[in-house]
Design a binder for this molecule. Structure first.
Ligand SMILES: N[C@@H](CCC(=O)N[C@@H](CS)C(=O)NCC(=O)O)C(=O)O
Length: 322
């Protein structure tokens, strides 16, 4: 019954403009913040580490008309608002800053937590080449989350830490949740790059997004798009070998099926509400969802319904201006 309601709400949501798709906000911010880079900086190693995960814009949604539209509109708003789990007001931190790459799956995992719990946060887009924005830190990767002056690193540790701080009554991680959190880091993330850079055209699709949304001069845009796509196409073949993947799409579909099987008929792994594993899976899939690989994953597996429920549960981004 609840699943059916979710489906109706998901479908109605997908037909309209509210709430704004999280990816659109992400795209806008990427446009402002992806840094300029010299063409000579596009080495295989820097690209392979830094631009594995482009974040394309979600498809545009049309606005429906009539009474049915109005009814489902209010139902959507109520359900999306109720689905969030904000912390008790006294627990909300004064200042949360996320140092990130917009398209990084680990950063999106942290954002999924913050958005779902409605914890306002600022974003500092890190220049992947100079990393000057995180010069102050000894840690040289993203995400870095600074909560009221305290630095947190490692995406899974960050969301566990946040869960402990912001939902203390609900922060014990059960065995199942822990198992799937680990599965995201040990398995799921490794299926992504081989898929989004699988063919030259898919690599170009990915880098088209990066070059269009980055803060690049016209020449640099061109260099990023074509050099990046060529390098990552080759790197993705190495990653395939490294992680023993023979057919990258099959590996992605299998991972998606494994996840939906783990749901075992529940709306979320957490039951009626997402738990940390739901947020982690959603976060790392979000950057690829509207690329060819992500679309085919949804078409060829049953993960789409859960993904839609997650989009609704997470709702609008809690990001605020830096
Ligand atoms: N285990 C870390 C992985 C973080 C990570 O590898 N981030 C990538 C970006 S997707 C990175 O910063 N790579 C180093 C670089 O850009 O030089 C986590 O879960 O946070």
């Amino acid at each position: 019954m609840r699943r059916a309601a979710h489906r109706v709400i998901a479908q109605s949501l997908l037909r309209r403009n509210l709430p704004p798709p999280p990816l659109s906000a992400a795209a806008a911010s990427a446009q402002r913040t992806i840094p300029t880079a010299a063409a000579s900086d596009f080495t295989a190693s820097s690209l392979s580490r830094r631009w594995l995960f482009p974040l394309p814009a979600a498809p545009s949604r049309s606005v429906p008309f009539g009474l049915a539209g109005a009814l489902s509109f209010s139902l959507t708003l109520v359900t999306a608002a109720e689905a969030k789990e904000p912390p008790a007001p006294e627990l909300i931190p004064k200042d949360v800053v996320l140092y990130q790459y917009e398209a990084c799956p680990f950063c999106n995992k942290v954002k999924a937590f913050l958005d779902y719990h409605d914890i306002p946060y600022k974003v500092v887009e890190v220049n992947p080449l100079s990393k000057k924005e995180i010069k102050w830190s000894d840690y040289k990767k993203v995400p870095i989350l600074v909560v009221d002056g305290e630095q947190l690193t490692e995406s899974s540790d960050i969301i566990k830490n946040l869960s402990h701080r912001f939902r203390p009554e609900n922060s014990i991680i059960d065995e199942e949740e822990a198992k799937w959190l680990k599965w995201v880091d040990d398995h799921l993330v490794h299926t992504l790059s081989p898929n989004i850079y699988r063919t030259t055209s898919e690599a170009l699709e990915s880098f088209d997004y990066i070059s269009k949304n980055g803060n690049f001069s016209t020449t640099e845009k061109f260099a990023v798009k074509y050099a990046g796509a060529a390098i990552m196409y080759m790197v993705s073949k190495k990653l395939k070998k490294k992680y023993n993947i023979t057919d990258e799409r099959a590996a992605l579909y299998e991972a998606a099926q494994t996840w939906t099987t783990a749901l075992d008929g529940r709306d979320f792994l957490g039951g009626s509400k997402p738990n940390l594993a739901d947020l982690a899976v959603f976060g790392v899939l979000r950057p690829i969802r509207y690329l060819k690989a992500g679309k085919e994953m949804v078409e060829n597996t049953k993960i789409g319904e859960w993904y839609e429920r997650m989009e609704i549960a997470i709702g609008e981004s809690a990001r605020i201006a830096a």
